[in-house]
Design a protein around this ligand. Structure first.
Ligand code: BGN
Length: 379
């Protein structure tokens, strides 16, 4: 129990503190400080709103959902005119942040025009382009949620007819990004004659909607300016992150390699295949091909592949022998979920589709690393 005297003492102390605070506020410019506090509160609001449904602008770009609620389903229109060549809905820089608490249900609610399997077509015009997004995936549900949150409205802004395919690697085997892409290519083309396929890492979010998800006359490398590389191309031949090819271009280079298990090298192999297939790499500008990467550690089962240097040195000899013409896999399930088509697949291991025992870790060969790295990074 506090005595009456100590209660008075606390009251006086409390009033004293208040007086000091007020004195400070008025001395250093009351207005400035109040604005500062208000700004903090506003920041907290927009942060939370991004997940739940903000439509606020931010100095780093607009809300990716801005104006999309204006689009409603066209009623009873059979013959729609083609959409304009350049979408009037694109705005340029998009604000990207990753607030906690986002759920797939929230993403669904924000994308009422997306139909089963993650498909969409513009409600008021006939899309000029049909693009499939292929996302290789394993144990990254958290990233997938953000990718879907941003990619759906991003693609709708571009007035595309699109579908999102998540190619989920079954089992606890070493990850194989490129082989999953081959599976994605075949399975997506089985469903629809897509004009263009975007091979998309799950942790990369586009930051500018002028980065159009359509194909060029040559294979396109889209992720040219990633935040983790200081918004620059890390080296001239870099072909990782996000790339786009027409079915013809893809088959001309025999698809992607199936034999890169673990992290690294497969994207360089794909880059080399582009030129072996008689094509060149095209790219958007650094101002437009910007991506934010969702931060993460190298995951388990995606350890650095020590043999990648050696394999890369042999692409010229192997590209026709390994690729789309040899990809073997077993589809485990195909689910048409509200925001994407989920294809779960067994791609096996280096020891084949049904390895009887765990693969023995091989010692790295003696790779001609320096020469290769020089080759890749020369400009
Ligand atoms: C490169 C990797 C790529 C990776 C980029 C960016 C290799 C092969 C030997 C040269 N390539 O070095 O796979 O996408 O870094 O992280 O390791």
């Amino acid at each position: 129990m506090l005595s009456l005297q100590s209660k008075w003492r606390y009251l006086v102390m409390f009033l004293g503190v208040q007086l000091v605070v007020m004195a400070l506020l008025s001395r250093e410019g009351y207005h400035k400080r109040v604005t500062y506090f208000f700004r903090i509160f506003r920041k907290m609001e927009t942060g939370a709103g991004q997940a739940g449904g903000s439509h606020g602008r931010n100095h780093t770009g607009v809300d990716v959902y801005a104006n999309l609620s204006l689009l409603t389903k066209a009623q009873g229109k059979e013959d729609l005119a083609y959409c304009p060549k350049t979408s009037p809905l694109t705005v340029g820089p998009i604000h990207v942040s990753f607030p906690s608490g986002l759920t797939l249900e929230q993403v669904e609610r924000k994308n009422p025009l997306v139909i089963r399997g993650g498909r969409y077509r513009p409600p008021n015009c006939e899309a000029r382009y049909k693009t499939a997004i292929i996302v290789p995936h394993r144990n990254r549900e958290h990233h997938l949620k953000y990718l879907l949150y941003y990619l759906h409205p991003f693609l709708q802004r571009q007035q595309l007819n699109y579908g999102i395919y998540v190619i989920h690697q079954a089992g606890n085997y070493t990850f194989n990004r490129a082989k999953l892409m081959n599976v994605g290519f075949r399975e997506a083309m089985r469903e629809e004659s897509w004009d263009c396929l975007f091979f998309h890492d799950v942790d990369l979010i586009p930051e500018d909607d002028r980065n159009t998800y359509t194909c060029d006359p040559n294979p396109k490398h889209a992720a040219v300016a990633m935040d983790k590389f200081g918004y620059k191309l890390p080296y001239k031949m870099y072909f990782g992150g996000v790339s786009a090819l027409t079915p013809d271009q893809y088959l001309k280079m025999n698809g992607f390699p199936n034999n890169y298990w673990g992290w690294g090298g497969e994207d360089d192999d794909i880059g080399v295949r582009v030129s072996l297939g008689g094509m060149v790499i095209t790219r958007p500008s650094l101002a437009v091909g910007r991506y934010k990467m969702i931060k993460h550690k190298l995951d388990e089962g995606n350890e650095i592949n020590p043999r990648r240097f050696n394999m890369l040195a042999k692409t010229r000899q192997t590209w026709k022998l390994d690729g789309m013409n040899t990809v073997d896999y077993e589809i485990i399930s195909r689910q048409y979920q509200p925001l994407f088509t989920n294809i779960t697949v067994n791609i096996g291991t280096e020891a084949g589709l049904h390895p009887t025992k765990a693969p023995v870790a091989k010692l790295p060969d003696n790779p001609p690393q320096n020469q290769l790295l020089k080759e890749l990074t020369k400009s």
